[in-house]
Design a protein around this ligand. Structure first.
Ligand code: SF4
Ligand code: SF4
Length: 175
């Protein structure tokens, strides 16, 4: 049986391409068994509901338009290749369990490999990406809207962390 530290190294280290390959491999080997784990699937449903709430707040605040304009300017937006490294195996696996087709969008050395034509393809994003509100966003929104967004994001991240712990416990038992 793998130790907890072996599991941590397996899930959280390495290049994003390797982490994605590992997530696909685990999904192929354990996906059917995972969908029978009612506690895990029920927590995934809770996380996806919070993601929708958080997404709705971003839409209300017009963040999509701000980011699209920013990404089209010289120098681009913030979805860099460096940020891609924030993705870990379990969070990529959560996306696969949620039915997201997680495939590399581009081999660019500057932009994040999950940045597609219409933005990030991931439904469940890394904490760093979710928490990142740049100066454009902070300057153009009022404090109440930003505070609500932070609360929504915090709720989502807390529930995502519970799901992550459940998956860690699952793999500690079965891997
Ligand atoms: S979060 Fe800020 S830096 Fe990143 S794309 Fe949006 S506006 Fe640009
Ligand atoms: S939000 Fe998505 S596309 Fe942007 S850096 Fe994060 S994972 Fe990559």
């Amino acid at each position: 049986m793998a130790t907890r530290s072996d599991l941590y190294a397996f899930f959280y280290s390495g290049d994003v391409v390797l982490k994605l390959a590992t997530a696909h491999d685990l999904h192929a080997r354990y996906g059917e068994f995972l969908v029978q784990q009612l506690d895990i699937m029920s927590q995934l449903t809770v996380v996806l509901a919070d993601e929708q709430i958080s997404q709705a707040q971003m839409i209300t605040m017009g963040m999509g338009e701000t980011c699209t304009q920013c990404a089209n300017r010289q120098g681009g937006g913030c979805c860099s290749r460096f940020m891609a490294g924030e993705n870990d195996v379990l969070q990529l696996l959560m996306n696969l369990l949620a039915g997201v087709q997680v495939v590399i969008q581009q081999e660019d050395t500057v932009e994040c490999c999950f940045l597609g034509e219409a933005g990030c393809i991931l439904t469940l994003k890394p904490m760093f990406c979710l928490n990142y509100n740049c100066s454009h966003i902070k300057e153009e929104r009022d404090a109440a809207a930003l505070s609500l967004l932070e609360r929504r994001t915090g709720d989502l991240l807390r529930k995502q962390a519970v799901l992550e712990q459940m998956l860690l416990d699952f793999f500690y038992k079965y891997l």
